[in-house]
Design a protein around this ligand. Structure first.
Ligand code: SF4
Ligand code: SF4
Ligand code: SF4
Length: 339
């Protein structure tokens, strides 16, 4: 795939080389050990990120840093994939031969940049928007996963354990932005129900949990030449987001969406306009206003039903993972290092 270039024609990697931070220099040390069951934020609070979209130049340094820092978690599927039942209906999803794709979310690309060209109040804007999991406060992906494979940690991030995920994609169905992406030919289903189960593992931004666990910053943040992102306790970040929005007479996205997320975008242009202007579709999330998915009564009922099932399934699958030498944690909580 051709390397993506920004408005000034500079490619991502070219830009990094110019900065002298390409390749290995970007490689953040990988997970030293297991994440533990629940990792508290330093303050004991949920962490949120604030992105000042007025600063983003769309250089893609954050995308490259994400890929390098998390490459050790990417799937290495076994081929050929087992034929699925019902034949013809359950199609495998295979991104393993398209690992360079960076213009959408994939199991190998957890962060992408959308660009919106808009006119607003007599001015032309080009707004670049880094997109990945919003890390919702009450995440439907975690509440409704029937296998207990997706979990929210007390520090506000949501992770999918590749030791427990069966690839059924319930998390993607219930996510308002359809963030998680499936890779077939990898995961527990191959050992337990190779022809019947969901057929893979779901992947998404895990907020670089291995770095946060060590008190370090997620890889996409410090590499940014424009200082677009900051991270800190949610309440503090919410105050800063409001101040920033006020200072630019701008708008906030993520504070209220889906009942509240741990990602706040601040833009000088209304998000309704940005949503109209961005390329949307599979792996390309929208920017529409989003109601609280878990406030829906049928989802609440489904969550109540899923919780005990997920607990039993996670215990069973975790045991299965251990027996298979996959290191599952047996409790439906976060397992050790994902890969
Ligand atoms: S957030 Fe920073 S690193 Fe990422 S594209 Fe924007 S300017 Fe570049
Ligand atoms: S954005 Fe989607 S995948 Fe991320 S925590 Fe929210 S519901 Fe889950
Ligand atoms: S927080 Fe980590 S995993 Fe998430 S987009 Fe940034 S670098 Fe990627």
């Amino acid at each position: 795939m051709q390397e993506k270039k920004n408005a000034s024609g500079v490619s991502r990697r070219g830009f990094l080389k110019a900065l002298g931070v390409g390749g290995a220099a970007l490689l953040v040390p990988t997970a030293a050990g297991a994440a533990g069951d629940r990792v508290p934020a330093p303050s004991g609070a949920e962490l949120a990120t604030l992105l000042d979209l007025s600063k983003c130049i769309g250089c893609g340094a954050c995308v490259d840093a994400c890929r390098e820092s998390n490459a050790h978690k990417y799937p290495e599927p076994k081929k050929p994939f087992p034929p699925m039942l019902p034949a013809g209906r359950a199609k495998p999803e295979d991104w393993s031969g398209k690992r360079d794709v960076d213009d959408r979310l994939t199991p190998y690309n957890w962060l992408m940049i959308q660009t919106a060209e808009v006119d607003y109040k007599g001015r032309h804007y080009e707004i670049n928007i880094p997109r990945r999991c919003m890390h919702c406060q009450n995440p439907p992906c975690a509440n409704l996963c029937p296998f207990g494979a997706a979990n929210k940690q007390v520090n506000g991030l949501t992770r999918i354990s590749d030791n427990l995920c069966m690839g059924g994609a319930k998390c993607r169905t219930v996510c308002p932005w359809r963030i998680p992406q499936r890779q077939s030919g990898v995961g527990l289903y191959l050992h337990l129900m190779p022809r019947l189960a969901g057929n893979g593992v779901m992947y998404k931004c895990d907020r670089c949990h291995q770095l946060l666990d060590k008190g370090e910053t997620p890889a996409c943040i410090p590499v940014c030449p424009e200082g677009v992102q900051t991270i800190g306790p949610r309440a503090e970040m919410a105050v800063k987001a409001r101040e920033l929005a006020r200072s630019m007479n701008g708008f906030i996205y993520g504070l209220e969406e889906n009942g509240g997320t741990n990602t706040f975008y601040v833009s000088p242009v209304p998000f309704e306009l940005l949503n109209k202007a961005i390329d949307k579709g599979k792996g390309k999330p929208h920017l529409k206003r989003v109601k609280d998915v878990m406030a829906d009564e049928s989802n609440l009922a489904a969550a109540a039903l899923a919780a005990p099932i997920a607990g039993v399934a996670a215990g069973f699958l975790g045991l299965g993972a251990k027996l298979l030498g996959k290191g599952g944690n047996g409790g439906g909580k976060e397992s050790g290092d994902d890969k």
